[in-house]
Design a protein around this ligand. Structure first.
Ligand SMILES: [Zn+2]
Length: 238
């Protein structure tokens, strides 16, 4: 059985799965994967739906990891199409999650369906670890599923993250890692004073800006070192 990537991508986009809502996206995916012979396990952690689907049992174990949740569409009037009614314009699929990352999931599933028709029996196994909580706090998503898999002694040898990575053309880059995050608490104590005597006061905002500037400079040089400059503005704003 062959699965069409565009059809599946559109079906997924039609589900408004804005984190933490699933809107039927995980079940739709599970249904398609079951039709290919995958064993699907839908895992609910708190209000989040996750999916671990597996085809075959032997090693090496290859896993595709991704997410079905999307960020809010913002002002719908600013879209050229309804973000949850996908359309193809100028050879481009437009809709919320078309890029990040429902089309990627659909392409992978379609690729597996093609691979299966040519390789009835193959060495190894293919799995998909899909979460509905990547764009949000990401506590009840991949982390919890990985914990579960560890408990079950399910070892994954290779993992492909299907996130959009190539800004200009397909195959532009392959990354061996993605961004991380750091959280800290910063308290700057100032000194109040009269506006007529500013030299006697200490505005903590000024100090804060200086500190943030230094952190930012450090961050930039680290990021440049690991060659993920493209994502830099996102990191700073996140
Ligand atoms: Zn993503």
């Amino acid at each position: 059985m062959l699965i069409n990537e565009l059809k599946l991508a559109k079906e997924l986009i039609r589900r408004p799965s804005i984190t933490p809502k699933d809107a039927g996206a995980i079940n739709l995916l599970a249904k398609n994967l079951r039709s290919l012979g995958f064993k699907c396990q839908v895992m609910n952690f708190k209000n989040i739906k996750n999916l671990y689907a597996k085809l075959g049992k032997s090693s090496p174990k290859f896993c595709y990891a991704g997410h079905t949740d999307v960020v809010p569409p913002g002002n719908i009037k600013e879209w050229s199409v309804n973000p949850f009614k996908p359309a193809v314009k100028n050879n481009k699929l437009i809709g919320r999650g078309a890029n990040d990352m429902k089309a990627s999931i659909a392409c992978f599933v379609a690729a597996v369906s093609k691979f299966k028709t040519k390789n009835k029996k193959f060495k190894g196994s293919i799995s998909l670890l899909i979460t509905g909580d990547e764009e949000g706090v990401a506590i009840n998503g991949t982390k919890r599923v990985v914990k579960y898999l560890k408990r079950k002694r399910e070892k994954i040898k290779f993992c492909l993250i299907g996130e959009p990575t190539n800004p200009n053309r397909l195959g532009e880059m392959i990354k061996i890692g993605r961004r991380g995050s750091i959280t800290g608490r910063l308290t700057v104590i100032g000194a109040k004073g009269h506006v007529a005597y500013p030299h006697r006061a200490n505005n903590p905002s000024n100090t804060m800006v200086k500190i943030l500037k230094r952190i930012m400079r450090k961050l930039i040089s680290i990021i440049m070192m690991v060659n993920i400059l493209i994502k830099i503005s996102m990191i700073i704003w996140k």
